[in-house]
Design a protein around this ligand. Structure first.
Ligand SMILES: [Zn+2]
Length: 275
């Protein structure tokens, strides 16, 4: 699933190519991708709009439009945004195409059809409940510590909760906990100060490194030009590396299930009951 580094990469790579472009029309391959407003109104209102900027909040991408409205996109499990030319061969699993005034086509590819688009006056209404942005200045170790107090949930579950912290999914939660040497099932409130500091540093380090690598191309993630990201080559535990050896201590990586998500960790480096 695209997480913060993948969505950030899409934003960074699309911005110079589509900002200033006019959307001349939209073709839908699957109507369920439009969440709001009703389909005909969505298409009618979007046509003719000029894109003035792209921003990211959590895993949401917001295309600001000259009219003051905004097109908000969530890629969910398997979505990608591909920038093609109208003359390029159509490919499979394209659920929506935004036609641009320079002959470009922004194609929303989404094999599993969980992706979503909204055309709204106030994009804040869609993202107002999200937790803090992990790479913004305001996200300090102190803030993380405050948010963990009184939380009994396993730390892994909290990292996946978009209301607790925005943008982290299964891959980067596992990588961050590995880096911080924290067992995924530790109750959140039980982490002492030094572990909170380690986790804060790990979250930021893991996300920043993945952005430098243009995201992780596991499953269906492509960059807008169709290239792959390479962040997954640096994974130590995430995304099914169970059975491989921990690069730090050589112990086999284990898999457990936390809140229905396959979770990978090193049982030696990440003890459930630290001394
Ligand atoms: Zn280890």
């Amino acid at each position: 699933m695209p997480e913060l580094p993948e969505v950030e990469t899409i934003k960074n790579e699309l911005t110079p190519l589509v900002v200033g472009r006019r959307i001349t029309g939209i073709t839908l391959g699957w109507e369920g991708i439009v969440k709001k407003p009703a389909l005909t109104e969505f298409c009618r209102r979007l046509a003719g709009q000029v894109i003035t900027g792209i921003s990211r909040r959590g895993k949401y991408l917001t295309f600001s439009l000259k009219s003051g409205q905004a097109l908000v996109i969530h890629l969910k499990m398997t979505g990608s945004l591909l920038l093609n030319h109208a003359s390029d061969e159509p490919t499979r699993h394209i659920r929506a195409v935004l036609h641009l005034d320079n002959g470009g086509e922004l194609r929303f590819r989404d094999p599993r059809k969980f992706g979503a688009m909204w055309l709204v006056e106030d994009p804040e209404s869609l993202v107002s409940k999200l937790g803090p942005e992990p790479l913004e200045k305001g996200f300090t170790a102190r803030l993380l510590g405050e948010r963990l107090t009184k939380r009994k949930a396993p730390i892994k579950a909290l990292l996946l909760d978009q209301h607790f912290i925005a943008g982290i999914g299964n891959m980067y939660a596992d990588e961050s906990l590995y880096d911080a040497r924290i067992h995924p099932l530790r109750p959140a409130a039980s982490l002492p100060r030094e572990e909170v500091v380690r986790l804060h540093k790990a979250i930021q380090g893991v996300l920043r490194a993945a952005i430098v690598s243009k995201g992780a191309s596991v499953e269906n993630y492509f960059r807008p030009g169709g290239e792959l990201g390479t962040a997954h080559f640096e994974f130590r535990v995430a995304h099914g590396l169970g059975g491989k050896l921990c690069p730090r201590c050589g112990t086999p990586i284990e898999r457990i299930v936390v809140r229905n998500r396959g979770t990978y960790f090193c049982p030696k480096c990440q003890p459930l009951f630290p001394l």
